[in-house]
Ligand binder design. Sequence first.
Ligand code: G3H
Ligand code: ZN
Length: 280
Amino acid sequence: PLVSAGEIVGPAAKERRGRGAFNVIQLEHVTAIIEGARRAATPVILQLSQNAVRYHGALAPIGGAMLAAARAADLGVAVHLDHAESPELVREAVALGFGSVMFDASTMDYRDNLAATREIAAYCHDHGVWVEAELGEVGGKDGVHAPGARTDPDEAAEFVAVTGVDALAVAVGSSHAMLTRDAALDLDLIARLRERVPVPLVLHGSSGVPDDGLAAAARAGMSKINIATQLNKVFTGAAVAYWRDHPERVDPRKYLGAARDAVAGEVERLLGVLAPGHGE
Ligand code: G3H
Ligand code: ZN
């Protein structure tokens, strides 16, 4: 069934496990992610970024498909709007039935981020929607993987208290869209943030973090683990390999099916890394 991200991430935060939030590009990702979660016996978050909405040209066709798939699933599936910078898109997602949104004003300075996030959080809470915000800009969206910013624990505590957000994305050493999995996370900083911030913490740019780093981050207190690029690597790799081996099979269901199967396997594997021995 369709559940809210809070129902998945809240208990995980208490139990120091990570839950996967995987980015959807097209319908094959939706079915693959749900299948991987089913095999891992773990609830899962499907998320759609503002960029992916722009790619599709509209929210409703792909967003509606995500919601329908979540409602039909035999495990808990949340549908989340990721990296929304547009308040209009947030309102559209809320109206369509998304149970949670990430409002990303992380490129603004602290005061402006605080004010904009507080307003969106109030709107979402009026509509029963769970809100994630970001403080301390996780880099890499521009393709530059510099060591980057770090979130200050005191500022994070104040930010959550003033805005009322339900979860906070923090900068702890990862960077978006890395093709290599060699980012080193600052586990001490995660521990200090965990102490000071009363809501679940979210790791962005998780594809650049190796498996043991993801497991350590989950144990240290990162509860929602956002993964996009790693699935894209697996999807594209499987599609290309299939096509190379069978150039005569032009039906897209052949190579997209191979890609979908590979993504389901990778989702199952990653969910096991984030919460070892903890299905359910
Ligand atoms: O919001 C989505 C993520 O932060 C994904 O980052 O593509 O580096 O896994 P990634
Ligand atoms: Zn992100």
